[in-house]
Design a protein around this ligand. Structure first.
Ligand code: SF4
Length: 125
């Protein structure tokens, strides 16, 4: 996506500053940010927007059939739908704790997939 102007709410903290981000002559300017973190976010949002993907994957557990997960790194926005679909091909078994690696280079996006909840070991039949 190639844009020269964008208005967006900064998502780096709950304050949610309204930013105006403009590209002109190769320079990006950000107004409305209350801190440098928001300015950096605004630049990224205009030039290469990305989001951390959250979702769930299937498990082999009868007691907990879905495990919440998230990517460690932000995924380019244009790849987010493809990444969300790829979650359906993953099946995990416990034990896992929050932060454990579920998949490396998830969906070929260079992002690791992490558990965000505890998954106990499968109980015996
Ligand atoms: S610009 Fe700074 S203060 Fe405002 S929402 Fe973003 S991170 Fe928070």
């Amino acid at each position: 996506m190639n844009r020269d102007f964008l208005e967006a709410a900064c998502v780096e903290c709950p304050r949610g500053c309204r930013l105006s981000i403009r590209k002109s002559g190769g320079e990006v300017s950000v107004s409305g940010a209350a801190c440098p973190r928001g300015e950096a976010w605004g630049r990224r949002e205009l030039l290469s927007p990305a989001r951390v993907l959250t979702g769930t994957v299937r498990t082999t557990s009868r007691d907990m059939p879905r495990l919440p997960v998230r990517t460690r790194e932000a995924v380019p926005l244009e790849k987010l739908l493809e990444a969300a679909r790829a979650l359906s091909s993953i099946v995990v078994s416990g034990p896992l704790v929050p932060g454990d690696l579920v998949a490396t280079d998830f969906a070929g996006l260079g992002a690791d997939l992490l558990a965000t909840a505890e998954l106990p070991p499968d109980s015996l039949p």
